[in-house]
Ligand binder design. Structure first.
Ligand code: KIV
Length: 330
C-alpha cells in the first residue's frame, strides 16, 4: 500500500518539522465520515479533518485561525463549507438558541445535543464543546466525566472551560491528564459575571492586564492546549499572545491573537437583543428572515400562496374526472 507523508511544525518552539501522520494514498471517498474523522481524508493534497497539529502549525506560521460559534446542523454545514477552522459550541447557546438572559441555566444535555448536531454538519472542522456552568466546578471526577462525554458521546475534539484560579487550573490539569484537549478561557468570562460585576471588558488597568498575562501562563502550565481571551484591550491580547507557546484565540481581544472568534449569530445579524462593540456584521440574516416570513404571511392571507399550478401535486386527467363522478355520486 502507498502512504502519503504530511509534515507539520507542532509549535513555534518545536524547531524542525515533525511528521504529522501517514495516510493510505487514495483511501478516501468510500470511508464513512466517522472513519474520515479519525484517519483524515486525503483530497487534493490536503487533509480535510483539522487537528490540534494544524492549529499549532497555523499559530506558529502566523496563519490566522478562523473560529465561530455554532449550535445546529445546518449552520455548521455552511460554516464548514466556508472553510472555518474551528467551531465552538458555546454555552452562549443558552441565550442565542434557547432565549435565556444568561448562560447559567444551560445543561450538559443542551450542550451535548447541540455538539452532536454540529458534528453531523461539520465532520471535518475542529470542534470544541463548552463546559456549562457547574459541570466542572464541583470536583475533578465530575469535570473529567463531563469533559469525556463531549468527546465520547458528541464527537468533539476538545472542551473549553472558563476562568483561572487555583481550583480551575487544577480541574483543567485533571482533564488534560485524562488525555482530553482543553481550551482555557480568560478575561470576560460570563460564568464569573457575578464576581466580575457584570459583562464588562477586563484588563483595563496595568495590574489587571498583568494578572491576565499571568493567568494565561498558569493555564498553559496546567496543560491547556489553547486559550481563548475575551473582552480585553488589544494590547492585552498582544501581551498574552507574545508570551504563549500555545494558540491564543481572541474574541474582542484585538488583532494580535493567533485566531479570531465571533458568535456567529452576532456577525450575520441574526441575534439582535444586543451587539457587543467588537462585532463586525458580515450579513443581515435577520432582515432576510423577516422579509421572507412577512412575504409568506401576506401571500397566504391574500390567497397567492400556494399557486396550485406550481406548488401542488398533479393527478392524471382521467383520475380527476373519475374522482368528480365519484364525488357527484355521493
Ligand atoms: O459561550 C460562548 O459562546 C463563549 C464565547 C462568548 C467566548 O464562551
Amino acid at each position: 500500500m502507498n502512504y502519503v507523508l504530511h509534515y507539520s511544525t507542532i509549535s513555534k518552539n518545536a524547531g524542525a518539522p515533525q511528521l504529522l501522520r501517514f495516510l493510505p494514498a487514495g483511501k478516501t471517498k468510500s470511508q464513512s465520515s466517522a472513519a474520515r474523522r479519525f484517519a483524515g481524508e486525503f483530497q487534493g493534497g490536503d487533509l480535510l479533518k483539522k487537528t490540534i497539529l494544524d492549529l499549532n502549525r497555523m499559530a506558529a506560521e502566523g496563519e490566522k485561525i478562523t473560529y465561530l460559534t455554532c449550535y445546529d446542523y445546518l449552520t455548521a454545514k455552511y460554516q464548514e463549507r466556508a472553510g472555518v477552522d474551528m467551531i465552538l459550541v458555546g454555552d452562549s447557546l443558552g441565550m442565542v438558541l434557547l432565549g435565556h438572559d444568561t448562560t447559567f441555566p444551560v445543561t450538559m444535555e443542551d450542550m451535548l445535543n447541540a455538539c452532536k448536531a454540529v458534528r453531523r454538519g461539520a465532520p471535518n472542522t475542529f470542534l470544541i464543546g463548552d463546559m456549562p456552568y457547574m459541570s466542572y466546578q464541583v470536583s475533578d471526577e465530575q469535570a473529567i466525566e463531563n469533559a469525556g462525554r463531549f468527546i465520547k458521546d458528541a464527537g468533539c475534539d476538545a472542551v473549553k472551560m472558563e476562568g483561572c484560579n487555583p481550583q480551575i487550573s487544577g480541574r483543567l490539569k485533571a482533564i488534560a491528564e485524562a488525555g482530553i484537549l482543553v481550551s482555557g478561557h480568560i478575561g470576560l468570562t460570563p460564568q464569573f459575571a457575578g464576581q466580575l460585576g457584570g459583562y464588562k471588558a477586563q484588563g483595563r488597568t496595568a495590574d489587571a492586564a498583568l494578572r491576565l498575562v499571568n493567568q494565561a501562563g498558569e493555564l498553559e502550565r496546567a496543560g491547556a492546549a489553547m486559550i481563548l481571551v475575551e473582552g480585553v484591550p488589544a494590547v492585552v491580547g498582544k501581551a498574552v499572545t507574545e508570551r504563549a507557546g500555545i494558540p491564543i484565540l481572541g474574541i474582542g481581544a484585538g488583532s494580535y491573537t493567533h485566531g479570531q472568534l465571533l458568535i456567529y449569530a452576532d456577525m450575520v445579524g441574526y441575534y439582535d437583543n444586543f451587539t457587543p462593540k467588537f462585532v463586525k456584521k458580515y450579513a443581515d440574516v435577520g432582515a432576510e428572515l423577516l422579509r421572507g416570513f412577512t412575504d409568506y404571511c401576506r401571500e397566504v392571507k391574500e390567497g397567492k400562496f400556494p399557486d396550485d399550478g406550481v406548488h401542488s401535486y398533479k393527478i392524471a386527467d382521467e383520475e380527476s374526472k373519475k374522482l368528480e363522478r365519484l364525488l357527484n355520486g355521493l
